[in-house]
Design a protein around this ligand. Structure first.
Ligand SMILES: *Cc1c(COP(=O)(O)O)cnc(C)c1O
Length: 374
């Protein structure tokens, strides 16, 4: 069986280096907010091209911390998409803000700038003022920021980039995470940069915002034991930070391998029954997921499973169709029709850097067999 994702293979490939890093932390006697985290924060900030990174407990908290650090909470509406990990919307509500969900473009699966423009120009009666937009660089593909950044500026709203699936992706040569007022990352084990537990981070370039977020992640302490404001407890521990330092050194190579596998799949899928993902011309897609599309999605998934190929659906239900949100969460003008259609047609193929050439060949062979049945 070839799984869709395989974080255990990621450990085995770097076992000696990771074991050494973990042992170093365990022997050090210092487990929270120490030298490993400080070093990782500095290394990751330099790698992205921002002045500060603040580690935190997970990618959901990172979004909530970024919003709170920028002054967003109750009394604010935050625009995002419904075609995302539910975490994006959960984090907005954690701050007390009101989410407003807009549609995606059906080729890249990221926020449709036209849908955002309509939401900004036609505010819904009864909703607080729109004060921020959270874009999601979904599947490793950068959002159309060339159109979204000017819209945010024009309307005076903050821009937060959810980079949980796009560590290292580039737009016009610049890494994602450098375009907005803050950017957030998750280090969940299957992400392009994955820990072996939970982890997250916020990237910012304004030192005052960085300082506030660093306080918010630890009870709102600017000074030990004194809370200047109500914070939370969301820290990236020393063991995970040391592991992430090891993995960061391999990330460019791992992203290149993901791209190589994606190219192999796309070559096979040209003119086939599963449509390959669209790729933005000015972008460097880092393929957190390789998402195909077809009307016969369920049949294709079953046929691949029979041949030992694991697949996934990211995500089977748009946020506004999930029981916790349905009928309650606000949708932008025009609704989310492309989002609803995509959820019924998308299918994620196996993709992780440790897939061998032989395994990629096996997946390609199974994909070719789908053509014969159609
Ligand atoms: C994984 C993910 C998150 C949440 O990260 P956690 O570390 O699981 O809290 C947020 N947004 C997106 C787009 C994600 O893929």
């Amino acid at each position: 069986m070839i799984p869709q994702a395989n974080p255990g293979a990621g450990y085995r490939a770097l076992k000696a280096e990771i074991d050494e890093a973990v042992a170093r932390v365990l022997s050090s006697g210092w487990y929270i907010l120490g030298n490993e985290l400080r070093a990782f924060e500095a290394e990751f900030a330099a790698w992205i091209g921002v002045s500060s990174v603040i580690g935190c407990g997970n990618g959901t908290d990172a979004i909530a911390l970024a919003l709170r650090g920028l002054g967003i909470g109750s009394g604010s509406t935050v625009v995002t998409v419904s075609h995302t990990a539910v975490a994006t919307v959960a984090a907005i509500e954690m701050t007390g803000a009101t989410p407003l969900l807009v549609d995606i473009d059906p080729v890249h699966y990221t926020m449709d700038p036209e849908a955002l423009r309509r939401a900004l120009e036609q505010p819904l009666p009864g909703l607080p003022k729109i004060q921020a937009v959270v874009v999601v660089h979904l599947y490793g593909q950068p959002v159309d920021l060339a159109r979204i950044v000017p819209l945010c500026r024009e309307h005076g709203v903050l821009l937060i980039e959810d980079c949980a699936q796009a560590h290292g992706a580039r737009l016009q040569g610049k890494r994602v995470g450098t375009f907005g007022d803050a950017a957030t990352f998750s280090f969940y084990p299957t992400k392009n940069l994955g820990a072996f537990g939970d982890g997250g981070a916020v990237a910012v370039s304004d030192p005052a915002v960085a300082q506030r977020i660093a306080a918010l992640r630890q009870y709102g302490w600017h000074k030990h034991y004194i809370s200047d404001e109500v914070g939370m407890n969301s820290r990236l521990d020393e063991v995970q930070a040391a592991i992430l330092r090891v993995k960061l050194a391999h990330l460019d190579r791992h992203n290149a391998r993901r791209q190589q596998i994606a190219t192999a799949y796309t070559t096979v899928l040209e003119n086939g029954p599963l449509r390959p993902p669209g790729q933005r011309g000015d972008a460097d897609h880092v393929y957190h997921l390789y998402v195909t599309r077809s009307r016969g999605r369920d049949r294709a998934q079953a046929a691949l499973k029979q041949q030992g190929i694991g697949t996934g659906i990211h995500y089977p239900a748009p946020v506004h169709r999930q029981p916790a949100y349905a009928g309650r969460v606000a949708l932008g003008p025009g609704g989310c029709l492309e989002t609803e259609l995509a959820a019924t047609e998308i299918l994620s193929l196996p993709l992780y850097p440790e897939l061998t050439d032989a395994e990629v060949e096996t997946v390609c062979g199974a994909l070719k067999s789908l053509f014969r049945h159609d």
